[in-house]
Design a protein around this ligand. Sequence first.
Ligand code: HXC
Ligand code: NAP
Length: 304
Amino acid sequence: MTLDDLMFKPGLMKGQRILVTGGGTGLGKEMAEGLMMLGADVYICGRRGGVLEEAAKAMMDAHPASAGGGQVTPIACDIRVPEAIHEMMDTIWADGALTGLINNAAGNFISRTEDLSTRGFDAIANIVFRGSFFVTLEAGKRWLAEKRKGSVVSILTTWVWSGGPFTVPSAMSKAGLNVMTQSLAAEWGNRGVRFNAIAPGPFPTEGAWARLSPGQSATAESRPQTGSPLGRVGEMRELANLAVYLLHPLSEYVNGQTIAIDGGGWNAGSRGFSALADWGDAEWAAARQSIQGANASDRAKRTV
Ligand code: HXC
Ligand code: NAP
């Protein structure tokens, strides 16, 4: 990304301090880069310490402080563990309070719902639903106690409106975060802590494609069945610009909103993975094997 990809003036986010969960890869990394390019100090967390270090270095090498870039600090943290979140926030707050949070970390995979074990459900819900809530609570309590403003942006999907066949634990968890956004916008808005959400359509990433389109590489041509009238997938810079807008103090009056960025796919009738109803046992077995291969390969890189 270069400054020409952003619709904002250089230095716009100077003084902003933002945590992006899952900021070492995919959408989180791109939003983190957009924010730091505009001068924000950004913290990125995830379970693979090496992936985070590499991402932070790449961003800071590409956009050094001399070019207006902010600091990117990687913190290995598993958001399924409330004590680990508390420790991460202590580390961040030791440098200064956050001004914003992006709840982006997630886990997901396609599966027939009848094939899910309780552990399979928990594997997703404990990251998306429970983990994102505890990160939000940990930051929120500090903002309220210190009488500071805060802006929270949660990354959802359009499945919060349409339902998500074959991705039910994710759809249920994201729907919970959608209601968290609406509820806390009303409950904490009077104290300066606001909540919004972004519901992206398909943006090709390795993490999502390995688990939602197993066997296909994450390119603009190979996409899940979430087609948009624009005939294309999303561009990361489009998402980064929206995230910057929602985190900047000048969008303060926007509170409690979930904004789709899907080229109109949801309005045009896109409904997630319904087409997988055609799959039989053999297809599901192959998908599961491929997904579990990706899970194992990522798990081997975890440092927390
Ligand atoms: C059925 C499965 C399964 C599958 C795993 N499980 N894969 N069940 N079908 N394909 C079951 C396992 O059998 C096990 O249950 C349980 O889930 C936990 O599996 P683990 O591999 O031990 O889990 P873990 O190592 O904790 O990994 C968590 C994960 C993994 C969520 C499963 O995918 C992950 O870490 N993902 C992070 C990155 C990610 O998912 N990114 C994509 C986000 S995209 P049993 O009972 O057998 O022990 C997204 C939306 C995109 O969110 C929208 C696009 C339009
Ligand atoms: P991704 O690259 O796999 O991103 C997921 C990130 O979450 C990874 O960096 C992962 O890092 C982190 N994470 C997972 N579990 C964690 C945990 N327990 N603690 C801390 N971090 C954790 O996939 P993506 O496509 O960019 O997805 C990012 C977000 O966008 C997700 O919320 C997803 O639902 C949403 N989304 C994506 C699309 C799309 O088309 N790509 C569409 C709609 C919505 P570690 O594994 O190192 O922990």
